[in-house]
Design a protein around this ligand. Structure first.
Ligand code: HEM
Length: 386
């Protein structure tokens, strides 16, 4: 009972300001500590080891414990690696995103450059002219218009943009993650019509999309039938693409100082500016895994043996602020000498053109392309209200 009270207290404090909550705890207890019903690992070396190793996964996301049947059965984030008790499915789906799905979406953007540039121009105009709340919402809506069109091959109606917006960041009865989070899910069980009707409409759009018209189950996509495949894509697009990317854009727009000297004609410098903005406030903070065997960690300043089955939250957010790796970690400096080889925001040590690893974010390249175009446009027309 007492532990549950601590958990709920942590959860509320974390929800208000995740970065502050984690940094405050770290200042008291050291790099790794117990919080949010798990061991939070913020030590840079530990985190880089964790993200490179085979992982046992379950239905955890960020700070939340989820009810699995509220999500697609093959959501890659919840699948364990083969080296940690899972099947080969995780690697298959990961490669499918990295090799097929994301490159096809990038090709579509390049072929229909005018339409996709228009999404960004219209969005940045609202963000720069609008009030704070309107600007915040527009970051999500612009991302939804852009990403869903790119992945599924058909533009969304504004009604669908609003439905997806509600699933991504809406209130307690429509928010896709919140309504599937324990213990909240038990209280909202009878009131899930809003979530269900929005998911139904988005599924109709996905099932009728050019992407699904060409879909044939096969080895490369895990032999999923169309319905399961569409449902997996819905989760990836709402949870990974919309939330992760919109958080990144918030950092690109608000987290880079006005006086930072960025040569907007130099693509590498633009990329480094985005990576540095992400490093200072991680768009995707926690990688959750369940220890498949006992492991030693320094927790609360003392070496401890943590038993198998313990839930661990590897904090990309804290590790990215480790002062022993990034000097003056809170200071923005996109010219940091070690930035490209030490950045971990895409769940992989370092950022190189090739990319690798079974758990590296497979949406990395499209997210970086989108963020680069937004950075260039927003800084070349700077009149920011937001
Ligand atoms: C269109 C945009 C995006 C798509 C389609 C996408 C897709 C995905 C997918 C499918 C995974 C699961 C990978 C796996 O376990 O095999 C993943 C993981 C991840 N992505 Fe992305 N992502 C996108 C944007 C972003 C952005 C902007 C960031 C942060 C800068 C990010 C950071 C991560 C991280 C840290 C993970 C690992 C999370 C975990 O394992 O718990 N992603 N992404």
């Amino acid at each position: 009972m007492l532990l549950s009270l601590f958990y709920v207290r942590d959860l509320i404090a974390y929800s208000i300001n995740p970065k502050k909550f984690l940094q405050n705890r770290q200042a008291i207890f050291g790099q790794n500590f117990a919080a949010l019903g798990r061991i939070i690992v913020g030590d840079y070396k530990d985190v880089t080891e964790i993200i490179a190793s085979p992982q046992k996964r379950a239905a955890y996301l960020g700070r939340a414990r989820l009810m699995p049947r509220k999500f697609s059965k093959n959501f890659p984030l919840f699948l364990s690696d083969e080296g940690a008790g899972g099947s080969a499915l995780h690697e298959t789906l990961h490669n499918h995103f990295w090799v097929d799905v994301v490159p096809s979406a990038v090709t579509l953007i390049d072929t229909k450059e005018t339409e996709f540039t228009q999404y960004i121009q219209d969005g940045v105009k609202v963000i720069q002219d609008g009030k704070k709340k309107q600007a915040e919402d527009e970051i999500f809506k612009m991302t939804i218009r852009y990403m869903f069109h790119a992945f599924f091959g058909a533009p969304l109606t504004e009604k669908l943009v609003n439905d997806i917006f509600d699933l991504a960041v809406g209130g307690p009865l429509s928010n896709q993650v919140l309504t599937g989070t324990k213990p909240f899910v038990y209280f909202t069980y009878c009131f899930q019509c809003s979530r269900s009707s929005k998911i139904k409409k988005v599924m109709e759009y996905i099932m009728g999309s050019p992407l699904l018209a060409e879909y044939v189950p096969g080895e490369a996509n895990g032999n999923q039938d169309s319905e399961d495949y569409a449902s997996m894509l819905l989760d990836v697009l709402v949870i990974a693409a919309t939330l992760g990317t919109s958080n990144l854009i918030v950092q690109v727009i608000t987290g880079i100082p006005d006086d930072a000297e960025i040569d907007l004609n130099d693509n590498k410098e633009v990329m480094m500016a985005i990576l540095e903005a992400a490093r200072r406030k991680s768009p995707v903070n926690t990688v959750n895994l369940v220890l498949s065997e006992e492991r030693k960690f320094v927790v609360n300043g003392k070496e401890k043996t943590i038993p198998a089955k313990t839930l661990v939250g590897a904090s990309i957010g804290l590790a990215s602020l480790d002062g022993s790796v990034f000097a003056s970690p809170d200071v923005y400096n996109h010219k940091r000498e070690n930035l490209m080889k030490a950045v971990i925001n895409f769940n992989h040590l370092g950022f190189d053109a090739k990319g690798s690893g079974t758990r590296q974010c497979p949406g990395r390249n499209i997210a970086m392309k989108y963020a680069s175009d937004i950075l260039k446009l927003s800084r070349s027309h700077k009149a920011v209200a937001y």
